[in-house]
Design a protein around this ligand. Structure first.
Ligand code: 5AD
Ligand code: SF4
Ligand code: FES
Length: 347
């Protein structure tokens, strides 16, 4: 068994192809984890190099109009003080983040129409003046809105599929529609954004087979960025007493994603570090090449409580910037000085 799995990994390292059955076999067995992580690390180095791209994350509103069963920002959670930053404050946080050296900012919020399309477009246009790439992570929108934001200067869009198991998706996302989400991803891609998606690992009812499907889906949708992280149970949700995902399984899905999509951007996610104090460094040595430090100022970062144990809630943007730079240097990697668009393969 061990030998067989090792040969699968070494073939995937060269050819970047695995069948669903092969992915399942690797996910099911922990004997070759070390070799998997090392292979993903080599593929990362070969295709995207030793630079780590930092994306400054601005959590500009924790209002949300939907009810994802796993998430602390869900509409029905009354145990959370809600906030919505004014455009001028968002722009100010962005300007500060750029002054700390970030070349990309991620503007993230819950889902819903708490800002008009025009307001978001204005925020994008103003922030673009600071010479930074912009990623939006604001949920499902209409094609017109995606177009408006792209024209205003947004470069990337993050919208996790969360799981490709349709039945599970339905249970987790009341009143939401899997087909619409897929359609949003296709529109985002068509409009020329860099497309980021990804999934949660260890959701109640999620199977290994469906995680293998997730990885194959990332390839099929031609994602430019994939973020995977463990589901962490939140007491303020219906999933309060569910078992969460594990660090190891999240890392395995991430490493396999690197083998199959060798040249994309893969963040070492915050949720991974919330489960393991060295989580982001381990991820950076198992296929990841991006980190998204929080640049939200003041009390707001504690209020953006997707799950418990979120790191950095009492730290400042300046502190996090220094902290993460030190960590990256400690593993002999360098912080990128460019915008970190997905490398185009010359072949
Ligand atoms: N545990 C881990 N990640 C979560 N997210 C939401 N709730 C949780 C949780 N309980 C993730 C979702 C979403 C991203 C912004 O946060 O995957 O896409
Ligand atoms: Fe809202 Fe996003 Fe949380 Fe779902 S995951 S409840 S859309 S903030
Ligand atoms: Fe925030 Fe280390 S990145 S304290």
């Amino acid at each position: 068994m061990g030998i067989n799995l090792l040969s699968l990994i070494s073939r995937a390292e060269k050819e970047h192809k695995l069948t669903k059955g092969e992915i399942v076999a690797i996910l099911e067995n922990d004997e070759v984890n070390r070799e998997l992580f090392k292979a993903a690390d080599r593929v990362r180095e070969k295709y995207v190099g030793n630079e780590v791209h930092l994306r400054g994350l601005v959590e500009f509103s924790n209002l949300c109009s939907v009810n994802c069963l796993y998430c602390g920002l869900r509409k029905d959670n009354k145990n959370l003080k809600r906030y919505k930053l004014n455009p001028d404050i968002i722009i100010e946080f962005a300007q500060k983040a750029v002054s700390y050296g970030y070349k990309t900012l991620v503007l993230q919020s819950g889902e819903g129409n708490f800002y008009s399309g025009e307001e978001i477009a204005l925020i994008i246009r103003e922030i673009k003046k600071f010479d930074t790439a912009i990623t939006l992570s604001i949920g499902e929108k209409t094609e017109e809105e995606y177009k408006l934001f792209r024209q205003a200067g947004a470069d990337r869009f993050l919208l996790r599929i969360e799981t490709t198991d349709r039945e599970l998706y339905k249970k987790l996302h009341p009143k939401m529609d899997y087909e619409n989400r897929i359609n949003c991803l296709k529109i985002i891609k068509k409009l020329g954004y860099e497309l980021g998606t990804g999934s949660l690992i260890g959701l109640p009812g999620q199977t290994i087979e469906s995680m293998a499907d997730d990885i194959l889906f990332f390839k099929e949708i031609e994602a430019d960025m994939i973020g995977v992280g463990p589901f962490i149970p939140n007491v303020d949700t219906p999933f309060a007493s569910e078992k969460g995902g594990t660090f190891e399984m999240s890392l395995k899905v991430m490493a396999l994603t690197r083998l199959i999509l060798p040249d994309i951007n893969i963040p070492a996610t915050t949720a991974m570090e919330s489960l393991n104090p060295q989580g982001r460094l381990i991820a950076l040595q198992s296929g990841a090449n991006v980190v998204m430090p929080n640049v939200t100022e003041g009390e707001y970062r504690a209020l953006y409580r997707l799950y418990p144990g979120k790191i950095c809630i009492n730290d400042t943007p300046a502190h996090c910037r220094g902290c993460i730079t030190g960590k990256i240097h400690s593993i002999n990697r360098v912080v990128s000085k460019n915008y970190g668009f997905k490398k185009k393969l010359s072949t």
